[in-house]
Design a protein around this ligand. Sequence first.
Ligand SMILES: [Zn+2]
Length: 461
Amino acid sequence: MAEMKIYNTLTREKAVFTPLEGNKVRMYVCGMTVYDYCHLGHGRVLVAFDVITRYLRARGYEVTYVRNITDIDDKIIRRAAENGEPIEALTDRMIDAMHEDEARLNVLRPDVEPRATGHIADIIAMVETLVEKGYAYPADNGDVYYRVRRFAEYGKLSNRNPDDMRSGARIEVEEAKEDPLDFVLWKAAKPGEASWPSPWGEGRPGWHIECSAMSTCCLGKSFDIHGGGPDLVFPHHENEIAQSEAATGQHYANVWMHAGALRVNNEKMSKSLGNFFTLREVFEQYDAETVRYLMVSSHYRSPINYAPDSLDDAHRSLVRFYTALEGVTPEQGPVEAQYAERFHAAMDDDFNTPEALATMFDLVRVLNAAKREGAPEAPALAFELKRLGGILGLLDSNPAEFLQGGQPLALSADEIEAYIERRNQARKDKDFAESDRIRDLLADKGITLKDSREGTTWVRA
Ligand SMILES: [Zn+2]
């Protein structure tokens, strides 16, 4: 079989992937802190590592996919108190919601889903080892800290030098720490907070140590792939390396993979900008396969822009696929090997999904031609198209239903008003191409504009 290349954040280059043990791939991905519903950015990470897992399996690797749940944390404690509910009631509810959202995005569940609160003994044992080895120290305030300067390779993942970090003004000064760079492994409990007994008194784990302990428990001291969202490289993953390699004395994860950012209308998604969406809000407006397609159509390391136009494009692409599949009963049969070969060549090159989809579009053209000509190979071509789509977690719907559903892609009144405002501005600027484009875009969605002296009004068809 051809070689497969993966980009490694640690070495900052694409390299041939070789599992540590035969054809077994052990992969750990940082999961959710379950105090609220999953947002679009979470959805992107979920889909990225789902495609990676599906493709590794399609290639014959035996994958063990572990994704943790952080179910104890400051935000969780605060939210549960605000809601007046026990922590477990909140976290159980959010975990159920996460599983529902995942299922709608056609994301397969990980093989193991450890919860931090289920691994407190392992976490304490790892902190004890770090204290014994001199990499950590209990402070006067009851916290236990990691001694960053003791770990010579600190900064190797995020390419930072501790000396430069020290001069940075953003490091909070905590008097109990020996050095401002040190980070917390174990937090002393405040009165009334959820806590567990430990050699350093009642407390709870810091976030970083949870992942070191859970990944080691589930996958061993060294494993193949560690993944997560773009914002986790520093400090979370840098700290995980420092903890795990100091505690075990062994190389931690071989390949570090990070998904790219998700932006909304070309801005960073944030509550303060008013462009923050949970997955369930998104699913009220767009069907989930369209959202998944948007994510798969970008390379997993590239930024994705979530905007009505890009979702329209995603939906139109799916319509082309399902139109080709409609009216043919897929049946396995001989098909030119070039489609699968090109698909695999693209995916073997650091999971290049845009290239893989381009190959699938070539297959759509051939399938459409076969259907027009009534050629006997149409069922085999349809089978191949669905098979390749399945590796990306796409094209699972019934074509007729997908197309008949018409996928409302309904715009909210606010969004329509925002388009009208953009169109008014374009007209003022005499940019009539842009104003026509917006009018047509709205017409495609069944929104008709009426211009009068009083302004522009709209009706939904
Ligand atoms: Zn983590």
